[in-house]
Design a protein around this ligand. Sequence first.
Ligand code: A3P
Length: 298
Amino acid sequence: MDSSFRPKLIDFHGVSMTHYFTDNWDNVQNFQARPDDILIATYPKAGTTWVSCILDLLHFGQTSPERHTSMSIYDRVPFLEMAVPSVPKGTELAENLVTSPRLIKTHFPVQFVPKSFWEQNCRIVYLARNAKDSAVSYFHFDRMNMAEPEPGDWSVYLQRFMQGKLVFGSWYDHVNGWWKKKQTYSKIHYMFYEDLTEDTGYEMDKLCSFVGLSPSEEQKKSIISMVEFDNMKKNNMANHSSIPVMDFKISHFMRKGKVANWKDHFTVAQNERFDEDYKRKMTDPTLKFRTEIDIAAV
Ligand code: A3P
């Protein structure tokens, strides 16, 4: 697909979006959630695919081990608001899921989530990733994905990230909005990409207790291995290689899978400006991100 396909950014109820995620708005807002649905919510590039595979394997890996290598993650965990021409809409895929619980993905900021998820008191897994790595990952994703607005060069892109002028809006509003919601809605499990990188097993244990599963040690070990970056990168059902709008000659979907890759992209001046702006926007001392981890401990 050529780059003339690239959509424009629009202001949608105060959030930057593209029509691919708003065209099916009424059906999305009227989506009927079920009490056992699990919503996986993230700002783009937080590791959505990673946590989606983990939850899918935890729930269905025992009974249908072939799913992970024969069914694309898009079909296993439908992307609720997606409405791209000539492929089924996210709402349709979700409605057609035969497994229970249904695992459903969204990138919506908290205020856009269809009301039935709250009414049905569904479990929600929110995965967040530090701002600097999110910006870098999103930049490379937007370069290779022709269904995203033109990214421009890195310095312009970083500016737009800071202004919240990317699809699904401001990273700062997203992570803060969901964090705030967690204070009043108890069924949100808020987790971090950096923690998942540092200790996948421990984070998986916490996820299991949140969703009420108790896999055997053997099962857990096997899942940890299946979701290792290199294994997911090789797995055509997880690595997005079959999506025609993504140009893998430009960049891979499973690109680096690292914490602190931002250090290879930010100049010293960009980093200083970013940190200053970050301090002004991230005023809640209870929400803390790590922009690096002790690699030796991983
Ligand atoms: P990078 O671009 O930094 O490599 P999402 O699924 O939300 O779009 O997130 C994609 C990001 O998560 C990419 O980051 C991708 O490489 C990373 N990722 C996906 N699977 C991973 C895994 N198993 N381990 C570590 N990172 C992973």
